[in-house]
Design a protein around this ligand. Structure first.
Ligand code: G3P
Length: 212
């Protein structure tokens, strides 16, 4: 499973990239709004650090506006992937962009039928938001299993991104479901590597070594 970082914060991206396990980054307008500076410059800096797929989202809700923004953003770097919401206009824009070789990450996906439509439109990546489904008492993991079955049944090339990750358990679920990618917030990376028995074990080894 590939691991992406879900943030637009450069310090966080540098730190996790340094771990050697980072494959890409996803941003969205809310994450970008937290950072100071020009949107395009931030995307360029992220691409230079990560050198893997970096998603930047369009703001327009109209097909032509989405296409125009997508073309502008894709000129920043070959690593830029265009995040487009899963709407009728989003499907129309994705169909055009996919034919032109511009990679789309179809976002705000909440149902198996939206997965099917995104794949048919040619989205390179499809992002179901698991945490937001869990929030309303609708287990997001069911969407992941259904969505993966749909992609596999018809040999679609789209990769599924397990998004809206809220805790380490989501990452475990993603890996067991065979999802292609999980996009994980910074603070959850810190939780993934931590285990109290690892810390206790290190302390004990060092103490025994010093007392030899
Ligand atoms: O990648 C999608 C993610 O940014 C949404 O997460 O926590 O706002 O539901 P959240």
């Amino acid at each position: 499973m590939k691991l992406y970082l879900d943030t637009a914060n450069i310090d966080q991206i540098r730190e996790i990239a340094d771990w050697g396990v980072l494959d890409g980054v996803t941003t969205n307008p809310s994450l970008m709004a937290k950072e100071k500076g020009d949107y395009k410059k931030i995307l360029k800096e992220i691409c230079d650090i990560v050198k893997g797929p970096v998603s930047g989202e369009v703001i327009s809700l109209e097909k032509d506006g989405m296409i125009k923004e997508a073309r502008d953003l894709s000129e920043i770097s070959k690593h830029v992937v265009i995040k487009i919401p899963c709407t009728v206009n989003g499907l129309k824009a994705t169909t055009v962009l996919a034919k032109q070789g511009i990679r789309v990450n179809m976002t705000l996906v909440f149902s198996p039928n939206q997965v099917l439509l995104a794949a048919k439109a040619g989205a390179s990546f499809i992002s179901p938001f698991l945490g937001r489904l869990d929030d309303i008492g609708n287990p997001g993991i069911n969407l992941v299993y259904d969505g993966m079955d749909i992609l596999n049944n018809y040999d679609f090339n789209s990769e599924m991104i397990f998004a809206s990750v809220r805790h380490p358990e989501h990452v475990r679920q993603a890996a067991l479901a065979g999802v292609h990618i999980a996009t994980v917030p910074y603070k959850i990376y810190k939780q993934l590597i931590k285990h109290p028995l690892t810390d206790v074990g290190i302390e004990r080894f060092l103490r025994d070594w010093q007392n030899r």
